[in-house]
Write a new protein. Structure first.
Length: 211
């Protein structure tokens, strides 16, 4: 698996990671953060740029973005950062498994969305079921039996958050003009024939946009 090292990809990673950090550090209740009936769980948009990074820049960059996000949360709320890290990593694990399952197959982006959605929801909900049990006993000082019961309550909300991340991120990614995706080297336009980004002329860009 090739890891991007070009300045264009690193700059894009920095931009999207900055968006993730801003969404975490400066949440706006009712706009970027929404309270739920269960304690210490909000629905947010943080996972959407992570999904865009995954689709456009690859697995390694998306994992790196989650790691940077964890650092910026952990310095002010270590326990919250632990929950967030596990949740996003389980979501990414589901996406990675789905991507590997569809490797070398011709699948439309709509079917990819369905596969990503199902896999991410399953991995996040089940992964966080066990993750919450572990973290509740550490940070919440809960007995294991109470932690098990509490963890079940969070499962549907983790499914909802995973669905928002995958659907929102995929739809926004699909809205990126093809000419811009080519210039940025996103997704399938990653490498040219020699492993480098291809530069295309304005005339070629116009032809792409006209198709």
């Amino acid at each position: 698996m090739k890891v991007r090292t070009d300045s264009k990809s690193i700059a894009l990673l920095a931009i999207f990671t900055s968006i993730i950090i801003a969404l975490e550090i400066f949440p706006i209740v009712g706009l970027t953060d929404f309270y739920t009936p269960i304690p210490n769980f909000t629905i947010d948009w943080t996972g959407i740029p992570i999904l865009i990074i995954f689709l456009g820049l690859g697995m390694m960059f998306s994992v790196l973005a989650v790691g940077v996000m964890w650092v910026f949360i952990a310095y002010r709320n270590f326990s919250g950062a632990a929950f967030k890290l596990l949740a996003e990593m389980f979501t990414l694990l589901g996406l990675i498994i789905a991507k590997l399952a569809m490797r070398n197959r011709k699948v439309s982006w709509k079917w990819r969305l369905v596969v990503y959605l199902v896999s991410a929801c399953i991995f996040r909900s089940i992964g966080m079921y066990f993750g919450n049990i572990f973290l509740f006993t550490i940070f919440g000082y809960m007995p294991v039996d109470i932690a098990i019961g509490a963890s079940v309550i969070y499962m549907p909300w983790n499914v909802l958050q995973a669905a928002i991340n995958v659907i929102g991120g995929t739809l926004l990614y699909q809205m990126i003009p093809e000419s811009l995706a080519i210039q940025a080297g996103l997704g399938k336009y990653r490498f040219g024939s020699e492993g480098k980004y291809e530069e295309i002329s304005e005339e070629e860009l116009e032809l792409v946009n006209d198709e």
